[in-house]
Design a protein around this ligand. Structure first.
Ligand SMILES: Cc1cc2nc3c(=O)[nH]c(=O)nc-3n(C[C@H](O)[C@H](O)[C@H](O)COP(=O)(O)OP(=O)(O)OC[C@H]3O[C@@H](n4cnc5c(N)ncnc54)[C@H](O)[C@@H]3O)c2cc1C
Length: 303
């Protein structure tokens, strides 16, 4: 069977594309390697998505997106795309379980994943105190001391969230001011449980079976120090999940897919939307807008 469109990724971009593709009566489905929702599933509260004046939990928002996509007849299937092979004017999607799916167009909405620090101890202690998800692991640190590495929106938002559980949260940031938006900064500065370690980078995470401390270098003074912590949460940015289309579509040097304003990539028939795409603002509201645009472009181009 040849599908009009297969949407790879069931995060906000993919689910919004599904709503628009479903309403346009395109034949196809969403392929998601895990549970639908993407990064929103690991977000505690969302307070900047239009229409939800009261903060809504990431989980609840995902439930609404998923139900909405299904309402217009777009199934969400489980599967991980390993590669895309162009065959004439169609595409073969090869899945990791060796299934092959044929489609006339493909929307890549595979989002992004956390960047790693790349220091000693990080990999060995992941799941043993090193985490990239405060919503998932925060409750394990009740009355303990944790460090958050980073200074952007996600780092500050998650540091505030962690104060619900931890007795002390150190935010270790390589600059002397935060990158996070002002409202988050104000909340963090007003929170007694949060202390800031400025101008500093983590050089090593120490611990045998569990995290015990982080070694810190102050970049301004050159002074090294050791901070005893039970957990380390790392939020230093994200990297796009686009390896599987490398060489097929144009990307920037960091791997983000380049598109035009219709979300068309450099390869005819392949579209990209959401965090995997090169753009200035990586948020739910932009991801859904691009998913909608990509589905509209597919409808237009197929017609
Ligand atoms: C901690 C945190 C807090 C955040 N807080 C906010 C906030 O308050 N407000 C806001 O607007 N934004 C927030 N964001 C950002 C927001 O979550 C993202 O911008 C948004 O989720 C991007 O949507 P997306 O659909 O492009 O990608 P994602 O949400 O990353 O979804 C991509 C999906 O594709 C799937 N996938 C990947 N590769 C494959 C493959 N090969 N085959 C099949 N499926 C695949 C993944 O499993 C995933 O489900 C936050 C992010 C984080 C990490």
């Amino acid at each position: 069977m040849i599908h009009d469109v297969v949407i790879i990724g069931g995060g906000p971009a993919g689910l919004a594309a599904a709503i628009y593709a479903g309403r346009a009566k395109l034949k196809g489905f969403v392929l998601e390697k895990m549970s639908p929702g993407g990064q929103v599933l690991v977000t505690d509260m969302v307070e900047n998505y239009p229409g939800f004046m009261e903060p809504i939990s990431g989980f609840e928002l995902v439930e609404k997106f998923t139900a909405h996509a299904k309402r217009f007849g777009m199934p969400i299937e489980t599967g991980e795309v390993e590669r895309i092979e162009p065959v004439g004017d169609q595409f073969s999607l090869i899945l990791t379980d060796e299934r092959t799916i044929t489609a006339r167009s493909v929307i890549v909405a595979t989002g992004a994943t956390h960047r790693k620090l790349g220091v000693k101890g990080e990999q060995e202690l992941t799941g043993r105190g090193v985490s990239y998800c405060a919503t998932c692991d925060g409750p394990f640190f009740r009355d303990q001391v944790v460090a958050v590495v980073g200074g952007g929106d996600s780092a500050v938002q998650e540091a505030i969230f962690l104060t619900k559980f931890a007795k002390k949260v150190y935010v270790i940031h390589r600059r002397d001011e935060l990158r996070a938006i002002k409202i988050l900064q104000e909340r963090a500065f007003a929170n007694d449980k949060i202390d800031f370690v400025w101008d500093s980078i983590v050089e090593e995470i120490e611990g045998k079976d569990q995290v015990q401390a982080v070694k810190i270098l102050n970049k301004k003074s050159g002074k090294q120090s050791r901070l005893e912590v039970d957990g380390v949460f790392i939020f230093i940015g994200i990297q796009p999940i686009t390896d599987f289309v490398k060489g097929l579509v144009d990307t920037d040097e960091r791997g983000f897919i380049k598109t035009d304003q219709w979300m068309r990539t450099s390869f005819k028939g392949i579209y990209a939307a959401g965090d995997c795409r090169q753009k200035p603002l990586l948020q739910i509201v932009t991801a859904v807008a691009e998913g909608a645009t990509a589905a509209y472009a597919v409808e237009h181009d197929l017609a």
